[in-house]
Design a protein around this ligand. Structure first.
Ligand code: ME8
Length: 679
């Protein structure tokens, strides 16, 4: 049975198009998944989208579509989440959407299980709420009175809600974080312990009544499950926990590692294990918190207008160059500062100068001096094989690499071969420690050493004398082997480029495997070598920066334009909406709701009409009775808090700086009779 490996990305919140920061995390996870597949393991790589919550409900409302239509467009639509992962060559085995039926009903069962075992109970929530983050906070958790995650203002919140007994698990969580390697890198442990556990873990509010776009609590209508419970369990429902759609739970749970951004480490390393403990389920083996890609010193966000578009970069530089850059330029686990200069510089230095040059010089010289095939006897000598074997056996620590007189060029061979033979082990160690940047560093040490080897051996001089041809062939063979081993190990990072390299050096399937990367001399000496296209042409930094700046400005202008100008509709579209004048006959607060008022209206229809409106924060019911307002009467009926609403009252909306909205009911002169249409 092959070893199994289960790895996940966070499931993305489809409130906007994804940017390079999201792409970073998914590309990293994809590379880790591909690495384990390369080693012959059975891999489950899960990604997906986290589609519930108030922010989505609000955005959908703003866009004039249902929440499901809204998320469908961002997840499945053009340049949506799935499109982006396809473009970036993401090899996920499964994609979960939290609106999938099997997940929704699984979450209901999970919530009920925790309710039945006493870990979820009903109470009243009083505290602070950050709407953009959908997070509740206690006063003591706020930073300068604002949300400790995003720094934005929070609002007072009070509602009847269900709570999860997080406090009960505080000691076990502390032990898990401090005494095991569950959470990585280690620096994240101190953050969690000092910021969240030491101040005291309070029970967590896990249901909402202030909006409806969520998984309904099936035994208490009006409550929806807190979006983080819904989201975290995706890692298990996507394997079949509490549903019949999938059946891989025994095979893949517990997960080997959840890769997550640093701001959601809290959810994954405190709340998630506590809920699993409550249900008696095994914990994931590791949670790894990555850093952020920052821009201009801050996090990328649509509202700051500083997002970097992965589509644009992939189109200009190629998918593999972009994938490579993300993992080469930023140590995994710490923040990195993205810039176009750094991107171009990384491509020019590592891919054009080092890798691209090595491949093109090696294949070009093989073609020029020997035609398509090197002579059959140019492969490794017995001594070289022994040396490589010893290096591999000692897992790269073998130090004695023979001594040759100063003028003997074989000293270069020995150095090169020793470096290549120990590479796979050093690479493996780095990848297993979730340090892909270190793995790349090791591969590039060989690539740079091989380029130096060309300069040391000067093949162009060797080619001048027929007597040196065997040496020349051996030098080229050694270079091809370095290219082959490097390409095997770069495959998880740049799958398409490595395919091209294998084709250029004539490496067959069995010379592309993990096993083959640990052995020297596997490429047949007479393999068919073909100089192909230049893999990474050098980029003119100045010109490219200018072009990117222009494209970015154009894209921003187009986005601003689109935001300013709402989609136009025809007069026929407009006429579809029935606005009428309405007299308020009665108005009552809705039980258990802070926001809703229930109106009885005369719309000139011969019988009263009931409409619910979320304006209790702004008006007392009695001040509205007798007023004349505007109602839309042909909206599909909708149930809220158990009551049917048959239309909508029209208000003016003002967005406040903290993201909340203020509504002013549109009122008409009371002399206007009820039931008049508006045109
Ligand atoms: O957090 N640099 O979704 P999300 C690096 N739905 N990583 C970044 C980034 C940046 N500039 N911006 C975002 C959620 N990310 C939840 C997850 S999992 C059960 C639920 C990362 O779409 C961010 O850190 O807001 C997070 O790990 C991921 O993108 C998804 O963010």
């Amino acid at each position: 049975m092959p070893e199994k490996f289960y790895v996940t990305t966070p499931i993305y919140y489809p409130s906007d198009k994804l940017h390079i920061g999201h792409t970073y995390c998914t590309v990293a996870t994809d590379t880790i998944a591909r690495y384990h597949r390369l080693k012959g393991e059975e891999v489950m790589f899960l990604t997906g989208t986290d589609e519930h919550g108030q922010k989505i409900e609000d955005k959908a409302k703003e866009a004039g579509v249902t929440p499901k239509q809204f998320v469908d467009n961002i997840v499945e639509g053009p340049q949506g989440v799935k499109d982006l992962w396809k473009l970036m060559n993401i090899s996920n085995d499964r994609f979960i959407r939290t609106t999938d039926d099997y997940h929704v009903s699984a979450i209901q069962k999970i919530f009920k299980k925790m309710y039945d075992n006493g870990d979820i109970y009903k109470g009243t929530y009083k505290g602070k709420y950050c709407k953009p983050c959908e997070s509740f906070w206690t006063e003591s958790q706020l930073k300068d009175g604002c949300c400790p995650d995003c720094g934005r203002p929070v609002a007072d919140a009070e509602e009847e809600a269900y709570f999860f007994r997080l406090s009960k698990y505080a000691d076990r969580i502390l032990d898990l974080l401090e005494n095991t390697d569950f959470l990585q890198p280690r620096s994240r442990v101190h953050e969690m312990v000092n910021n969240f556990i030491k101040p005291g873990l309070e029970d967590l509010c896990v249901s909402r009544t202030s909006f409806t776009w969520g998984v309904p609590v099936d035994f208490d209508p009006g409550h929806v499950v807190y979006v983080w419970i819904d989201a975290l369990f995706n890692y298990m429902t996507a394997l079949g926990y509490c549903n019949d759609k999938y059946h891989d739970l025994d095979r893949f749970w517990p997960a080997d590692v959840h890769i997550v951004g640093k701001e959601i480490v809290r959810f994954h390393s405190i709340i998630w294990p506590a809920m699993l403990m409550s249900l008696g389920l095994p914990l994931p083996k590791h949670v790894f918190g990555t850093g952020w890609l920052l821009l201009d010193g801050g996090k990328m966000s649509k509202s700051k207008g500083n997002v970097v578009d992965p589509y644009l970069l992939a189109q200009r530089f190629g998918v593999d160059a972009l994938r490579f850059f993300l993992l080469r330029a930023f140590p995994f686990g710490t923040d990195g500062i993205f810039s176009n200069e750094l991107l171009i510089q990384t491509i020019n230095t590592d891919l054009a100068n080092d890798l691209g040059n090595l491949v093109s010089r090696t294949t070009a010289m093989s073609g020029k001096y020997f035609g398509q095939h090197l002579p059959a006897d140019c492969g490794p000598t017995e001594d070289e094989r022994d040396l490589a074997g010893m290096v591999a056996q000692s897992r790269g620590t073998f130090g004695m690499i023979g001594s040759f007189p100063e003028e003997d060029p074989r000293k270069y061979d020995v150095e090169l071969i020793a470096l290549a033979a120990g590479l796979r082990d050093r690479y493996e160690e780095a990848m297993d420690a979730l340090a892909p940047h270190k793995a790349l560093e090791e591969v590039f040490k060989l690539i740079q050493r091989a380029n130096k080897y060309i300069d040391e051996n000067k093949p162009w001089l060797l080619a001048k004398d027929e007597a040196n041809k065997p040496r020349l062939a051996h030098v080229l063979y050694n270079l091809l082997e370095c290219v082959r081993i490097s390409a095997v190990l770069l495959t998880p990072f740049m799958p398409e480029t490595c395919e091209k390299i294998f084709a250029q050096i004539g490496a067959e399937e069995e010379q592309r495997t993990w096993q083959s990367a640990g052995a020297w001399g596997l490429l047949p000496a007479g393999a068919a070598v073909n100089k192909g296209e230049n893999l990474f042409p050098r980029i003119d930094m100045e010109k490219e920066l200018k072009a990117l700046e222009e494209l970015h400005a154009q894209a921003q202008a187009a986005a601003q334009e689109a935001e300013k100008a709402p989609e136009t509709i025809t007069i026929d579209d407009f006429n579809k909406v029935h606005f009428v004048t309405a007299k308020i006959l009665d108005c009552q607060p809705v039980k258990k709701s802070k926001k809703l008022l229930c109106f009885t209206l005369d719309c000139g229809e011969g019988k009263p009409r009931q409409i619910l409106s979320g304006i209790h924060e702004y008006y007392e019911p009695e001040e509205l009775i007798g007023k004349t307002v505007v109602a839309c009467t042909n909206l599909a009926p909708r149930k809220m808090m158990g009551l049917e609403s048959n239309g909508m009252l029209i208000s003016a909306v003002k967005e406040e700086p903290d993201g909340s909205e203020k509504l002013h009911l549109i009122m008409l002169d009371d002399k206007v009779p009820a039931g008049y249409g508006l045109c």
